[in-house]
Every structure is written in C-alpha cells, then in structure tokens.
Design a protein around this ligand. Structure first.
Ligand SMILES: [Ca+2]
Length: 286
C-alpha cells in the first residue's frame, strides 16, 4: 500500500529492489518495531497494553523459488496447486495464475493502466481481486481470469482472504471487514487489537484454520489474528527474509498457505524470491 501515488515510480522501486539479495539477518527488528509502537502509544497517552503478550514466532525457510521481480505483490493465494497473485502500481497491475511449485505462468491478465490492483482470494467459482483507491472489486473467472463484473465498495482495498462462509478484507486501518463471498456485501467487522492497542496498516491477508494472518505494512512482521475477537495472538518476525534494501515501500507482502501442511509461501513487493517457510517459536529457530 502507498500513501502518495506520486512517490511511486516503477523505475525507482526497481532500483531499490535490485539491492535485495541476501536472506536471513536482522531478526528482532520487526519485534522491536511493534514494541516501539506500543511504547509510543503508551507515551502518547494511548491505551495501555493489557492481557497476555502474543506468541513470538519467526520463519524457518524450507526452500526458495524465483519470483518475478517486477511484481509489486499485493495478494497471494494457493488453490489446488495453483498460485494466484495480484500486483499493484498503475500501469503495471495484473492478475496471474501460475503453478505453485514451478512458478510457471498459466494465465495472466493486465489491468487497465489507470487501475491499481490489490488483494486476491478465491471463493467458490469466483476469484475476487481488489483495487486500491478505485472503489471496486473485480469478479473474475478463476481459470481464464476474465473480468466478469465489478462490485463497488467504500474506502480503500488492501488485503483479502476467504474463510468458510465469508470474505475478510483489510483497508489499511485496524478494522477487518467481513463480506458475503457471493455478493461482496458487508456482513460484519472486527477491530484488531494487540494487547488492547489498535493495530492498523493491516495489508495482505491469509485465512487458514480459523485464523487470519496479516502483513503489517512497512514492517517485516506478520500477525496472527483471531477473527472472532480481533485479538493478535501471535507475531511473526520475518525480517530475515529481506535483503539489504531499507526501502519499506517494497517490503514483505504476500502470504499463501499450502493446504495440508503448516507451510506458507511468502514474498514481497518486487522481490526476486518466494520463500516456502514454516512459522516456529523464536526460541526454536535455527
Ligand atoms: Ca493471501
């Protein structure tokens, strides 16, 4: 997600991405960022952290595979061995279906130049793709990726995932909105809190096994959210995946659970690599 479109030239972002390379390194940075956020909230008279601290996890890298370094990843999801990816930036946004293992592209559709793609999720026979500030979701055929129509929504579109009976959508705030998977109509919402403190900038989402995993924009952190309460129950420090680039705008974004395993594919905006990982307690990390 971005705050000012004018700051985002594709060429600048590619230059920053070119400095990406070496995995593993600054474990603790994401944890520190959240601790600072909580400290600032308290120092500024915000809500005091309450309740048990979230479980602290990190990533164990199991394998890597190539990722299109021109993909400004905004949404990632696997279904039946097929990887769906939605990318952003005006003039560069697209939707792609590829083999989840080999990465070979099976279908791809570019968005009109004035649109900015965001989250994506499959719900039955419908592949939903968000736009960022364009005010509508695109209903697509999962096989051909053809545009079958648009459904308008208020506000911004960031992340999207599908759990049984409903969609879960983020919009850059601390609110997750629940939507009907067939009509996209709002059915409810929940405020996300980490030890009682609002957590905003929720970006790419992944729904699996009754929880929602969310990238937190401009951090190397993923959080696990109980969608029934909005409580953050775990934090994942994924700072080890990032290369030497300090540009937060092309950071970690993209979570796809691999069905039948506890593995996830993770990547980032303009990253050259997709990481297959497992989330493990920090004390047990290799
Ligand atoms: Ca996802």
């Amino acid at each position: 997600m971005v705050s000012h479109r004018s700051k985002w030239t594709f060429e600048n972002l590619l230059q920053a991405a070119a400095r990406h390379a070496v995995p593993m390194g600054r474990r603790g940075a994401a944890v520190l960022a959240v601790c600072c956020a909580l400290a600032v909230a308290v120092a500024c008279g915000g809500p005091q952290p309450v309740g048990p601290a979230p479980e602290q996890l990190t990533v164990q890298v199991l394998s890597t595979r190539p990722h299109d370094p021109s993909s400004f990843t905004e949404g990632l999801e696997i279904d039946g061995g097929q990887l769906y990816e939605s990318t952003g930036l005006e003039g560069h946004s697209l939707i792609r279906r590829s083999d989840a293992t080999s990465g070979a592209t099976q279908a791809m559709v570019r968005l009109p130049n004035d649109l900015f793609g965001e989250g994506v999720t499959l719900a039955g026979d419908t592949l939903w793709q968000l736009t960022w500030q364009d005010g509508f979701a695109i209903r697509r055929d999962p096989q051909t990726l053809a545009d079958l129509g648009h459904v308008r929504f208020d506000g911004e579109g960031w992340g999207l995932c599908h759990e049984p009976g409903r969609l879960v959508m983020s919009n850059g705030s601390d609110t997750l909105t629940f939507r009907d998977p067939a009509t996209f109509a709002i059915t409810g919402s929940v405020k996300v809190r980490q030890q009682g403190v609002p957590l905003d900038m929720l970006n790419e989402l992944e729904c699996v096994d009754g929880v929602v995993w969310a990238n937190v924009w401009k951090t190397d952190q993923i959080v696990r959210i109980d969608p029934a309460t909005g409580q953050v129950t775990a934090t994942v420090d994924a700072s080890g995946l990032r290369g030497p680039s300090k540009n937060p705008d092309n950071g970690l974004n993209g979570i796809a659970a691999i069905a039948g395993t506890d593995h996830f594919l993770l990547t980032g905006k303009l990253w050259p690599t997709v990481f297959e990982v497992r989330f493990v307690p920090i004390r047990n990390a290799p």
